[in-house]
Design a protein around this ligand. Structure first.
Ligand SMILES: [Zn+2]
Length: 699
């Protein structure tokens, strides 16, 4: 079996009733989305589809043949109509006369824009010739694990012949590009009966006269491969399990300890976000006898290694005698050795015009008995890199089970990784946002200021964990922010900031979800109002508990992580004007807020030597969206100032020096400033955001 979770056959999802009402381009879109919706057929962003369609030429009265093909970037599973490039077939064919041979094939990419049909702004990808020159109306190029397992086997050609006969041909490895397009054309002309071919170390090409025929051929061929592996790959995967699997909670505990330390080591130039995967496919691999030799061979399909680097770092951890401290003690050396190895690979393979060496750190970290950790510049990339390595594991499971698995030759891998066309793509990427790769935890994250802060930090590229005691509001805030910024970048934890164990667990969850922590925004609050003789001990303790003890507990946990991570850190306290200015009838609240501010100063002093900054924002009278400013407290404050609750906002505004209301977004802006590198040289500071209040002038 190729994978115990993925052994089932693919279903034929083609719906004639739906498809018959569609235009030819719409049927191409339909087919692409069907294929891409199953990761067994192709990985995220991998593969492409095309159709050659007769269209009216906008430049003349006649009809012309137009190639519709997945454009540069994008993913067949989620592509929309505007994701396809459209090109004149006659112009694409005319390019053959300009081709100067293999050494010059990259220059052909520059001609593709000249072939654009109908001013379509979608750029054509380097795979365009692979579709243009196959003399068939419809072409699919997919990266199915079951086919790559054949393509990456030592006797790939024989296996292909044995499984598919003359139905499916075989071509040796060739980097995608113009030359490969010509190879495909030649193959089709010489083998008119073939319905597709396996490309060594890469994937599958299939074709047909109609969209439906092409789709069904793709599904049929992949199913045939899956069935063949089921019947023939019966040996224990990867030489069989030789190490135990830790229990789920223990696996998370190990990941929690390793992730921030690894992150600190590899985030010197660019902050990284982590992803942890302990699915059964991964656990089978990281407990197996052949883990080390197979991991060292590197991944085969170019799509896989562009995302994962050519090989992973296997962490020295023995699940039979778990000793995380010993593993941590050896990590520095292991990470350094990986970097040195990568630099040596770069030096061995570089060419005169190769781009400079990129980040030499590993992307994939395999931990025996525990799972796989991946790190990348953002959460989605880290998750997708993990998914790609799972594809690679599936491929190795298949190929090594029926033959010998072979990775791509090193120089070929290098030439793809440092391909000038690939480099140009990277150079075109937008500049990272100011908080890209940063991980923040915001307490009181479901309330007005907390949610506005999370929103502000996420808008700048941060990943955010919302912590709040109110589970319903928390779920709502998470789904709102996920809708705006994507599910990958926001998590939530139920946290009572006065519960020591719960605080520790929330931070541990943050580490496993994102791999580390850079920013703590301590914002959870409450408010109470009572003159001193009516202040009960319970009320006093409640204020001190949440506003002083709670801030202490979350800061202590953040500091512990910052020190392990060794990459600085940032704490922002949301205090109050009342921490500086006495206010009538609120002694418990004001005293607790003053304690908070002094705690921040103490922590600024303690953290400075390790680049841990601690600053305070002092809001005043932020009523809108606040959970504090509801019910009793609002009425109490209104009574003290002899107004009603509606009059309160106006009263605070008039009382301010600037005569302005203060909103959650105003506080969030100050928090963002203190949490970002814009304030890199500030610590122990207080920023008042209170529309001006002379009583709370700090100096
Ligand atoms: Zn491909």
């Amino acid at each position: 079996m190729l994978d115990k979770n993925q052994g089932a056959r693919l279903a034929n999802l083609w719906d004639d009733a739906k498809a018959s009402a569609m235009s030819e381009p719409e049927r191409l879109l339909y087919r692409s989305n069907l294929l891409g919706s199953d990761k067994r057929i192709t990985n995220y962003g991998g593969g492409n589809t095309s159709a050659k369609v007769i269209e009216k030429d906008p430049l003349g009265a006649g009809n012309v043949e137009v190639l519709w093909v997945k454009g540069s970037g994008g993913d067949v599973g989620t592509i929309k109509m505007d994701g396809f490039a459209t090109l004149y077939m006659d112009k694409l064919n005319a390019l053959k006369g300009l081709y100067r041979g293999l050494e010059h094939e990259d220059e052909m990419v520059g001609y593709l824009p000249h072939c654009t049909f109908n001013l379509n702004p979608r750029a054509a990808s380097i795979d365009t010739p692979l579709h243009a020159y196959v003399p068939k109306k419809h072409v699919d190029h997919m990266h199915p694990d079951a086919i790559i397992a054949i393509a990456a086997a030592k006797n790939s050609r024989e296996l292909t012949q044995q499984i598919f006969g003359d139905d499916i041909g075989w071509l040796p490895w060739k980097r995608p590009g113009y030359e490969l397009g010509l190879w495909l054309e030649k193959f089709c002309l010489e083998n008119p009966g073939a319905r597709g071919l396996v490309l060594e170390s890469h994937g599958l090409f299939t074709w047909g006269d109609t969209a439906k025929e092409c789709y069904e051929t793709t599904v049929e061929i992949i199913n045939k491969a899956i069935a063949w592996f089921e019947g023939n790959n019966t040996a224990p995967a990867f030489g069989g399990a030789v190490k135990p699997v830790l229990a789920p909670a223990e696996r998370r505990a190990v990941a929690e300890k390793l992730m921030p330390v690894i992150r600190g080591m590899i985030s010197k130039d660019e902050k990284k976000v982590g992803h942890f995967d302990d699915s059964s496919a991964v656990l089978d691999f990281v407990t197996a006898k052949d883990l080390a030799p197979l991991a060292a061979l590197g991944t085969s399909c170019p799509d896989h290694f562009l995302r994962t680097k050519i090989r992973p770092l296997v962490v020295d951890f023995d699940p039979a005698n778990p000793d995380v401290d010993k593993t941590l003690a050896g990590l520095d050396e292991a990470v350094a050795a990986y970097r040195a190895d990568y630099a040596a690979y770069y030096e061995r393979c570089k060419r005169a015009n190769s781009p400079a060496m990129r980040d030499p750190n590993a992307v994939v970290y395999l931990v025996p008995g525990v799972g796989m950790i991946t790190f990348a510049k953002d959460k989605a990339t880290a998750r997708i890199s993990g998914e790609f390595y799972v594809n690679a594991i599936n491929v190795m499971r298949g190929a090594s089970g029926v033959s010998d698995y072979v990775g791509l030759p090193e120089q070929e891998a290098f030439d793809i990784e440092y391909w000038l066309l690939e480099e140009a793509k990277l150079q075109r990427m937008p500049k990272p946002k100011s908080l890209a790769g940063r991980i923040a935890l915001v307490t009181g994250g479901a309330g007005g200021i907390g949610k506005a802060t999370a929103n502000r930090l996420m808008a700048e590229g941060a990943c955010v964990v919302l912590a709040d005691i109110d589970e319903a509001a928390l779920a709502e805030a998470q789904s709102e922010l996920a809708g705006r910024y994507g599910k990958d970048v926001v998590r939530s934890v139920t946290m009572n900031v006065t519960d020591e164990a719960l605080v520790a667990k929330s931070f541990a969850d943050t580490l496993v979800e994102f791999g580390g922590l850079d920013i703590l925004v301590s914002n959870a609050g409450l408010a109470s109002s009572a003159v001193i003789e009516d202040t009960t001990l319970e009320l006093w303790n409640k204020n001190i508990g949440i506003l002083a003890t709670g801030y202490f507990l979350v800061s202590r946990e953040a500091f512990r992580i910052f020190r392990r991570q060794k990459a600085g850190g940032n704490v922002v306290f949301v205090a109050s004007k009342n921490g500086l200015a006495a206010s009538p009838g609120a002694s418990a609240y004001c005293t607790a807020k003053a304690a908070e501010i002094h705690l921040a100063r103490c922590l600024a002093l303690e953290g400075a030597s390790e680049q841990i900054r601690v600053n305070v924002v002092n809001p005043d009278a932020v009523l809108r969206g606040s959970k504090i400013w509801t019910g009793e407290w609002k009425e109490q404050r209104a009574a003290i100032y002899k107004t009603d609750t509606e009059g309160l906002e106006a009263l605070y505004r008039e009382r301010s020096m600037l005569k302005l209301s203060v909103f959650p977004e105003d506080i969030a802006e100050a928090i963002y400033f203190l949490a970002s590198d814009m304030s890199a040289k500030s610590t122990g500071n207080i920023v008042n955001v209170d529309a001006g209040n002379a009583q709370s002038f700090t100096r």
